[in-house]
Design a protein around this ligand. Structure first.
Ligand code: HEM
Length: 448
C-alpha cells in the first residue's frame, strides 16, 4: 500500500487515473457492498481503458445531469421546496410559547434524507416510507464491513438484510416506471438508461442504485449537521450568515400577515460567507481517504514505482491539517477562510469533494441543498441547546469510516424558536427560483 501525502504527488496521481484507478475500487464495491452479480462485474471490468467502457460512458451520459444546467436546476428546486415545506411544518409547531425540542442531527438528517431522495427519485420514490429510512440507516452502518469482509452474511447480516429490503423497493420502483415520472430527476433516468444500454441485469440496476443512495446521503447529512452546529454555536457566524441571507429577502408587509420571499439564486450567488462556512466544514471535519488500485506498474512522477495490484490511499485530513498550506490557524474553524484570498492554496489540497477526474459529480447539488437548508434555518429559526446550555461539539470516534464527513457519535437536544426577525407576526415564506443555472460550487474553486 502506498500513502500519498504530498500535494504535488496527489496531482500527479490524479493525472494517471487509468494506472491508479478509482473505477477498480467502485467495481469491487459494486459486488461486495451492493451485492452485484458476476455478470455485472464483468461488464464493469471490461476494457477499462476504452472511452466506451461502462465508467467512461457513465461519466459522459450521466454526470452532465448533475452539472449546472436545467436538469440540476430541476433537481435542486425539488430538494429546496421539500426543505422549505419541512420548515413550514416546524414553524407551525413553533407558534406556542414553549420552544420546540429536537435532536439536531436526528431531525436534520431525516429532513435531508426526504429532500434528497424526493428530489432524485421523484413523487413515486418508495424511500420516504419510514421502514426504508430505517433500512437505509442499517445498511449505511455496515458498508465498510461489507467492503472489507469475505462473507457479508456473517460480517454484517443486518446490513445485508437492510440492503435487500432497499433493493426490492428500488427494483419495484424501476419496474413500475417511477423514474419516468416527470417529477423524478434526469439523473436517475439516465442512470437507469445507462445500465440497460450496458446490459446490466435489472436486479443489479436496483443494487447499484443502493450504492448511489449512499453517495447521495452519507456526506450530505453530517455536513448539514456540522454547518448548523457551527452556525448556531458561534454568534459571529450566525450574524454574518443571517445578514447576507436577509439581504435577499423581500418582505411584503401587511399588519396582520407578512410574506417573505427569497430567491434561491440569492443563496447561490450572493452569500459568500455561507459558502465559505460550508467549505470550512468540509475542510475542518474531513476524515475522507481516497482509495485507488494500481492497474499496472507505474513510475509516479518519474520517481516512485507503484506495483500493479497494490493500493494507493490519499488521506484528506493530512492535506487539511497542513499549516504550510492553510497557515498557522489551520487547527481553528475559521468561517471566512474560503472567502477570496490573495494567496490561494493549491486546489489539490482541498479534498472536500475529492479531486481529478473523479471529483464528486454531486457537489453542485449537495452545495445547493445544504447551503439552502442552513440559509433558511438562519433567517427563520433560533436554535440553542436545551435549557440554555453551552454548545458542545459531539465526538466522531464511532462514525462509520465510509464518509468524508463523519456523523456525530451523539446528538444535541436543542430548543427551536422563531427568529426575532419573524417572531410574533403571522407570516409565510415563499422560495422562488429565478432559474439561473449558475453554480454555487464554482465559487469554491475560485476561492482556492
Ligand atoms: C457534502 C456532500 C458530499 C461530499 C462531501 C462528497 C464527497 C465526495 C468525494 C470526496 C468523492 C471522491 C471519492 C474519491 O475520489 O475517492 C465523491 C465522489 C462521488 N460523489 Fe460525492 N459527495 C457529496 C455529495 C454527493 C451527492 C449529493 C451525490 C449525488 C447526487 C454524490 C455523488 C458522487 C459520485 C457518483 C461519486 C463518484 C464519482 C465518480 O465515480 O467519478 N456526492 N464525493
Amino acid at each position: 500500500m502506498y500513502v500519498i501525502n504530498s500535494t504535488s504527488l496527489i496531482q500527479a496521481a490524479q493525472r494517471q487515473d487509468m494506472a491508479i484507478s478509482f473505477w477498480k475500487v467502485i467495481t469491487r464495491a459494486a459486488s461486495k457492498v451492493a451485492g452485484g452479480s458476476s455478470v455485472s462485474a464483468e461488464i464493469l471490468s471490461a476494457d477499462m481503458e476504452s472511452p466506451d467502457c461502462y465508467f467512461a460512458a457513465f461519466q459522459k451520459h450521466v454526470h452532465p445531469t448533475s452539472m449546472p444546467g436545467p436538469h440540476l436546476d430541476a433537481m435542486s428546486r425539488t430538494a429546496v421546496q421539500l426543505i422549505a415545506a419541512a420548515f413550514d411544518k416546524l414553524q407551525a409547531k413553533c407558534s406556542g410559547p414553549p420552544a420546540v425540542v429536537l435532536d439536531l442531527f436526528g431531525w436534520s438528517k431525516n429532513e435531508m434524507y426526504l429532500a434528497a431522495t424526493g428530489a432524485v427519485y421523484g413523487p413515486q420514490s418508495p424511500l420516504d416510507d419510514p421502514s426504508f429510512q430505517q433500512a437505509y440507516e442499517r445498511f449505511e452502518s455496515g458498508v465498510v464491513a461489507l467492503l472489507m469482509g469475505v462473507f457479508p452474511n456473517l460480517v454484517s447480516p443486518e446490513s445485508v438484510q437492510a440492503r435487500e429490503q432497499l433493493v426490492k423497493a428500488l427494483g419495484q420502483y424501476f419496474r413500475s416506471g417511477g423514474h419516468n415520472d416527470p417529477g423524478a430527476s434526469e439523473l436517475v433516468r439516465r442512470r437507469f438508461q445507462h445500465n440497460s444500454d450496458s446490459h446490466i441485469p435489472p436486479d443489479d440496476t436496483a443494487r447499484f442504485e443502493v450504492g448511489h443512495l449512499v453517495a447521495i446521503l452519507n456526506n450530505t447529512r453530517p455536513a448539514t449537521f456540522w454547518l448548523l452546529f457551527h452556525m448556531y454555536s458561534d454568534p459571529a457566524v450566525l450574524d454574518d450568515i443571517r445578514h447576507e441571507v436577509w439581504k435577499g429577502v423581500v418582505t411584503t408587509s401587511r399588519e396582520e400577515h407578512r410574506k417573505y420571499t427569497l430567491d434561491l439564486d440569492h443563496i447561490k450567488t450572493s452569500c459568500p460567507i455561507l459558502l465559505s462556512t460550508f467549505h470550512e466544514v468540509l475542510r475542518f471535519h474531513n476524515v475522507g481517504v481516497s482509495g485507488r488500485i494500481v492497474t499496472r506498474d507505474h513510475l509516479l512522477d518519474g520517481r516512485y514505482l507503484l506495483k500493479k495490484g497494490s493500493t494507493v490511499i490519499i488521506p484528506g485530513p493530512v492535506q487539511h491539517s497542513d499549516a504550510t498550506i492553510w497557515g498557522p490557524t489551520v487547527g481553528v474553524f475559521n468561517h471566512k477562510r474560503f472567502l477570496k484570498q490573495e494567496k490561494r492554496p493549491s486546489p489539490a489540497a482541498f479534498r472536500g469533494f475529492g479531486g481529478g477526474s473523479t471529483l464528486c459529480p454531486g457537489r453542485h447539488f449537495a452545495t445547493t441543498e445544504i447551503t439552502a437548508f442552513a440559509a433558511l434555518m438562519a433567517v427563520r429559526f433560533n436554535v440553542r441547546p436545551k435549557g440554555g446550555g453551552v454548545w458542545m461539539a459531539p465526538t466522531t470516534k464511532r462514525a462509520p469510516k465510509v464518509a468524508a464527513v463523519p456523523r456525530p457519535d451523539g446528538d444535541i437536544e436543542v430548543e427551536v424558536r422563531l427568529s426575532e426577525g419573524v417572531g410574533g407576526v403571522s407570516h409565510e415564506w415563499e422560495i422562488v427560483f429565478s432559474g439561473s443555472d449558475k453554480s454555487v460550487e464554482g465559487s469554491a474553486e475560485d476561492a482556492m
